[in-house]
Design a protein around this ligand. Structure first.
Ligand code: NAG
Ligand code: NAG
Ligand code: NAG
Length: 287
């Protein structure tokens, strides 16, 4: 039996675990300084000049044409915002002298290489790498004990997720892959074992997954079965998503919100998928 789509708007729970944007910098805040186009390294040398470093917990160094993270960052930093700069790589080694770091915001840079691993800051909770140039994810030979719970990868040119794509991030709770190129490559986009951990286990920590704005044509039971604790799934503005069917939600009994807003090709949904999701509180469809 098929349902014709209709608009059903129930209360959308406010996203209690919403991303890093929410947190306000509590420490020292710099007003952005425009540096001349050619002055990248000059800008870097002067980045820390005159800043109160002792005990600083939050720095904002957005819009400064930085090509690298400054080396003068205080050890006490808990939050660092270097968004809208010109960073090309991120290595955990660059962060190893920041033991207190909890939130790292690097959206709108040019990061094409991400090196992650054992030396990742142990308290890092949120890593925002949205709108960079990552076309693949790091491989970790040894799996870190700590990992951020929030990983923002929106707007990166990722075409596919290979098996065990997130082994470097074993504690992920929220993963944002919106506006990536998933589904536009020759492969299907998401490998069946993409969400399998380093020891072959399902990623049971993941609760929120955003695939909005991608080119995926279907949600496949092959990969979603490895997300048994998924509560929120965002499938907005997906031009090629046509149907939701079969047993896709059999393995995600805790699903509370399914948001398919503005996915114009989605014309049929098998009702029995909802028998598998007794916790569903909010279902958003709109054409
Ligand atoms: C950086 O620049 C962007 C675009 O010019 C602006 O929207 C944003 O507010 C700036 N951020 C800061 C922290 O100054
Ligand atoms: C994912 O990232 C995009 C772009 O930053 C943002 O608009 C969207 O709200 C995020 N999704 C969730 C579920 O937070
Ligand atoms: C999965 O969800 C259940 C119920 O919410 C919770 O008790 C359990 O700890 C979760 N598992 C993980 C690995 O987060």
């Amino acid at each position: 039996m098929r349902w014709t789509l209709f608009v059903l708007l129930l209360t959308v729970p406010s996203q209690s675990e919403a991303g890093p944007q929410q947190e306000k910098a509590s420490g020292f805040q710099l007003s952005p300084q425009r540096s001349p186009e050619s002055g990248g390294s000059a800008a870097m040398a002067s980045t820390c000049e005159g800043l109160p470093t002792a005990g600083a917990t939050a720095w904002i160094l957005a819009n400064r044409s930085l090509e690298r993270l400054p080396s003068c960052l205080p050890r006490t930093l808990q939050s660092l915002d270097c968004s809208r700069n010109k960073l090309l790589t991120l290595s955990v080694g660059d962060l190893s002298h920041l033991p207190e770091l909890q939130q790292l915001t690097l959206h709108h840079n040019s990061i094409a290489t991400l090196r992650w691993g054992l030396r990742a800051p142990p308290r890092l909770r949120a890593l925002d790498l949205s709108y960079n140039r990552l076309n693949r994810l790091p491989r970790c030979v040894r799996i870190p004990r700590h990992s951020p719970s929030v990983l923002e990868l929106a707007g990166n040119p990722l075409q596919e997720l290979p098996p065990r794509a997130f082994v470097c991030f074993p504690a992920l709770q929220q993963l944002n892959l919106s506006s990536t190129e998933l589904g536009s490559g020759a492969q299907g986009g998401i490998a069946p074992a993409a969400f399998v951990g380093g020891a072959g286990e399902p990623m049971a920590t993941l609760k929120v997954l955003d695939l909005s704005g991608t080119h995926l044509q279907q949600i496949e039971s092959g990969w979603i079965r490895n997300l048994p604790n998924l509560t929120h799934l965002y499938l907005r503005k997906m031009p090629r998503l046509r149907t939701l069917e079969g047993d896709v939600f059999k393995m995600t009994p805790n699903l509370q919100q399914l948001d398919c807003h503005n996915s114009p090709a989605l014309t049929s949904v098998h009702t029995h998928i909802f028998q598998d999701t007794p916790s569903l509180e909010s279902l958003l469809f709109h054409k």
